[in-house]
Design a protein around this ligand. Structure first.
Ligand code: SF4
Ligand SMILES: [Zn+2]
Length: 473
């Protein structure tokens, strides 16, 4: 069951200490992506920083009605700049909150109107908050119809008539923890009788509104499945939680334009007795023998990725391939000898995802985890990544392909001068100190001096040499 949490506030201070574990738990619970919603201009910037570091997150930018007193032309310009740079998937959250009135109603309405206009001008959807203000909210939205990129009224709390009005405007309704609450019969009835499946978005609104039985505690994206389970119960008509999750996932992908589906066999594919994981098609090299540039299939698997898969998607693809559950009882052994991060591209370019998937593999007690790399990871990330890798991989195989710097530059054609032969040698030397099995490999292609590679690997670096067959053009 793959899920998208369409609304969470991960920059909230309650996540400051343990966000990495929170995201691990989310990915391990089948959460593929999390739309991380901003509440103010400062928060929009914080969300941007977070999304750059964490590959399973997507960002919004906007000002919450609670913060509408801070709205100004400068705020609008800054949000427009983020929208123009293509770094957000929606504008919000914006809207009206007449329950708390932390900002004046006048300011809330102005900030809301201007954010609607901004979203429309950039063709972005809106993330809308509404509390005890449904009539005014509908009226203001009505002034701006149509909304071609749509939007979502998140954490929907209105009446059946409100729901119909928003659905008529083409909006989605966000449903989260409250659908599990004991006294939420009206909401459950709306979900059962009015909300079409193709307008449902699952959300947590973490850290707020944790579902039963966690109610009152800090909410987190891993709990988004609870709403799917409760909705499946309400719908009764033989709808499973995974069907609810799948419908909501497709809705979120459509609304926030999160990209096309990736066939699981392009992410995790079986060759002989190993399972290979394809995280990216990008690489810091352009080796003259690279199959990636002229051949995108391997043993019948299409390894072209239409976009890069998140940790949750990778985990789901592996689980499906191995026939093991994503969550629940861990299996002592899976039916492969090893799992290899490899694919058509350099896996360490996606370090957070690689590590997250690696931690999940460890939790599933996979026997042996190997990384095939070009050894540029530490240079890419500006720090040694060897210790981090050592926490999840048992073996590493580094593409050396040359016995000296000049041959390396000629054969591997690095994208930048910093990705030089010495950097690869240094990565191997460091890996040797932390990872049990380290090998250097070379592709037996015309022009590669296999003897020189072997000597350099064995004599200079002191690691095993692994010749690899040339696929040819
Ligand atoms: S390092 Fe590997 S993926 Fe990158 S260009 Fe060379 S052969 Fe291709
Ligand atoms: Zn929110």
């Amino acid at each position: 069951m793959l899920l998208i949490d369409s609304h969470a506030h991960l920059t909230d201070k309650s996540f400051a200490e343990d966000l990495a574990e929170v995201l691990d738990r989310a990915a391990f619970a089948g959460v593929e992506r999390i739309v991380t919603v901003a509440e103010s201009l400062d928060d929009s910037r914080a969300v941007q920083a977070l999304v750059r570091a964490e590959e399973m997150l997507a960002a919004t930018a906007g000002v919450h009605p609670h913060r509408a007193d801070s709205w100004s032309d400068q705020t609008a310009a800054a949000i427009a700049a983020l929208a123009g740079a293509g770094s957000i998937v929606a504008v919000g959250e914006t809207g009206l909150d007449y329950h708390y009135n932390f900002s004046t109603r006048e300011n809330q309405q102005r900030a809301f109107r201007e954010q609607i206009a901004l979203a429309k001008s950039f063709g972005l959807p809106l993330v809308v908050h509404c509390r005890e203000a449904h009539a005014d909210l509908a009226a203001i939205l009505g002034e701006h119809l149509p909304l071609p990129a749509g939007g979502v009224v998140h954490c929907f709390s209105g009446t059946a008539d409100d729901a119909r009005r928003f659905l008529d405007m083409g909006l989605y309704l966000g449903i989260g923890g409250p659908v599990t609450f004991r006294k939420a019969d009206r909401l459950r009835q709306i979900v059962a009788e009015i909300l079409p499946r193709d307008r449902l978005l699952l959300e947590t609104d973490a850290p707020y509104l944790a579902p039963e039985p966690m109610r009152g505690r800090r909410n987190e994206p891993a709990y988004v499945a609870r709403a799917a389970e409760r909705i499946a119960q309400i719908l009764r008509l033989a709808v499973s939680p995974s069907e609810v999750a799948a419908a909501s996932r497709h809705n979120a992908m459509r609304l926030f334009r999160l990209g096309p589906d990736i066939p699981p066999s392009s992410i995790a594919y079986r060759l002989r007795n190993a399972l290979y994981i394809n995280l990216t098609n990008r690489c810091t090299n352009d080796c003259i023998f690279c199959a990636r540039t002229h051949e995108c299939s391997l043993a019948g698997y299409d390894l072209r990725l239409p976009r890069e898969p998140s940790a949750g998607e990778v985990i789901a693809a592996i689980a499906e391939n191995l026939g093991i559950p994503i969550v629940g009882e861990s299996h002592p052994t899976a039916n492969v000898a090893e799992v290899v991060f490899c694919g058509y591209g350099e896996p360490t370019l996606r370090l957070p995802t690689l590590l997250r998937v690696g931690r999940w593999l460890k939790s599933r007690r996979i026997r042996r985890i190997r990384l095939n790399t070009n050894g540029h990871g530490s240079v890419v990330h500006g720090r040694s990544i060897v210790r981090e890798l050592a926490s999840v991989v048992d073996a590493v195989s580094v593409s050396l392909n040359a016995g000296n710097a000049a041959d390396y530059a000629r054969l591997c054609r690095p994208a930048e001068a910093r990705f030089h032969f010495e950097a690869v040698g240094q990565f191997i030397a460091e890996a040797k100190t932390a990872i049990a099995e380290v090998a250097a490999s070379a592709v037996a292609c015309p022009g590669v001096d296999m003897d020189a590679c072997r000597r350099f690997a064995e004599e200079t670096l002191g690691v095993r040499f692994r010749p690899r067959a040339y696929v040819g053009r």
